[in-house]
Design a binder for this molecule. Structure first.
Ligand code: HEM
Length: 429
């Protein structure tokens, strides 16, 4: 059986269309599609126009099963995120492969574990503890600025966007003055479908999109080339020094791999963490009882962090491809087939989470897959959780009340999305 030829497990065209419609991720229709798929066709084939067909994996257990079999389901053989046929063709012309960059996400064994080991220790709690005091300083200053807004603000604009960016730049060793440039590049790279953040708007040709992506990568490359030179001459106690001086088989990494490494570390950690941070405040602002519960029980803050990451699931999907014919959930998956791991669906799977649409800071256990699973499990998960915990520890005791103050707007993107406008009102203790 092959996704290219069979129709037995096809999912309805209107549902398939939502999976590739950035707007469906902004207005919540995607969750209706996921719910339908989990109930009716949890491992079905989507054939939306302009895309190669792909399996849509919506059950928590299937997402885990695929993610844990890294030999059978590769990252690097096909695009790691949903990509149109036209764009993939352009990318292949530029790089000779299906992906523009070669970061950890676009690697498989044997390279993946070697490259991951270079920074894994850096991202472990034992090392991150060294940065906790500095992160708390950044969190305090952020909270101070928010409270100074006088009772109302846009939480995304005023808090959630800048804070994680500032933390990762500090850890990486990028000067504060360059942060706006990094933010812009990330938004262009990760949310290119959103009209508010795209460098160029809708209806782009494949040529224009690939030119735009190449320009973004060239920007990153030029920027980090200078950082590398500097850190080889003047090593410091930052992550850029680790990446600049890291050796694979006795040699520095090739420049393309090195740029990709900086890029993944510089970009993976802020839109994702800011969406999850905003998700928590959104949930508390619309539910006074939940807000009161967390206020009265600060020991619930780590649970609040995990629940907001589950509830928001900012990374909506990653793709894998089968390296051999195999069987899963009663379906025959053929060698070469492309699969979409729908993390946001797995995280609302009724078989795993009771009342899954409800936000509950005291949800236990909370075995969400928002950070993925298996060998590629998010390298930055402890950093993300540490940042969020510290921000909430600093912010929540200062707030007497919290409520929504207008319409919440989500970014339009089928890869990484979350709130882009979150107007709130608050009273200070
Ligand atoms: C990988 C989510 C924060 C760095 C991933 C993956 C997901 C994810 C879903 C793919 C996992 C897989 O394929 O199994 C998130 C979410 C975050 C977050 C939801 C925030 C709430 C961060 C932070 C960093 C980071 C703060 C730090 C710089 C990475 C890296 C990878 C990764 C380097 C690639 C790991 C690999 O392929 O081996 N993340 N992430 N992430 N994340 Fe995160």
């Amino acid at each position: 059986m092959d996704t290219a030829t069979t129709g037995d497990f096809d999912i309805p065209a209107d549902i398939a269309a939502t999976l590739v419609d950035p707007v469906a991720y902004a207005d919540d229709r995607i969750h209706d599609s996921y719910r339908w798929l989990r109930a009716n066709n949890p491992l079905g084939i989507a054939r939306p126009e302009k895309f190669d067909p792909f399996w849509v994996v919506t059950k928590h257990a299937h997402i885990q099963a695929i993610s844990r079999q890294n030999e059978l389901f590769h990252n690097a053989d096909r695009p790691t995120t949903l990509t149109t046929q036209a764009l993939e063709e352009r990318v292949r012309k530029i790089t000779g492969g299906p992906n523009l960059v070669r970061s950890l996400v676009q690697m498989d064994a044997p390279d993946h574990p070697k490259y991951r080991a270079l920074t894994q220790g850096w991202f472990m709690p034992a090392n991150l503890g060294k940065f906790e005091a500095r992160v708390r300083e950044i969190a305090r200053a952020t909270v101070q600025r928010m409270l100074a807004r006088g009772g109302a603000c846009d939480f995304v604009e005023d808090v959630a966007l800048g804070y994680p960016l500032h933390v990762i730049m500090e850890i990486l060793g990028v000067p504060e003055a360059d942060e706006p440039r990094m933010l812009k590049l990330t938004q262009e790279l990760f949310g290119p479908q959103d009209p508010d953040t795209a460098r160029v708007r809708d209806a782009l040709s494949a040529e224009q999109v690939s030119a735009m992506l190449q320009a973004i990568i060239a920007d990153f490359s030029a920027y980090f080339r200078k950082i590398t030179e500097d850190r080889r001459q003047n090593p410091r106690d930052d992550l850029a020094t680790v990446i600049a001086n890291a050796k694979i088989g006795g040699e520095y990494m090739p420049e393309h791999d090195q740029t990709s490494y900086y890029m993944i570390v510089a970009t993976a950690g802020h839109d994702t963490t800011s969406s999850s941070t905003a998700g928590a405040i959104w949930a508390l602002a619309r539910d006074p009882a939940e807000f009161a519960k967390v206020k009265a029980n600060p020991e619930l803050i780590p649970g609040l962090v995990d629940e907001s990451i589950r509830w928001m699931t900012p990374v909506k999907h990653f793709m894998r491809s089968a390296t051999a014919d195999t069987e899963l959930g009663g379906r025959k998956i053929a060698k070469g087939d492309w699969l979409m791991l729908c993390y946001a669906s797995g995280n609302r799977d009724e078989e795993v989470f009771e009342d899954p649409d409800r936000f509950r800071s005291d949800r236990k256990p909370n075995r969400h897959v928002a950070f993925g699973y298996g060998a590629h499990l998010c390298l930055g998960q402890y950093l993300a959780k540490l940042e969020m915990r510290i921000l909430f520890e600093e912010l929540l005791p200062r707030l007497k009340s919290l409520s929504l103050d207008g319409e919440v707007k989500m970014t339009q993107a089928y890869f990484v999305n979350g709130p882009k406008k979150l107007p709130i009102r608050f009273e200070v203790n």
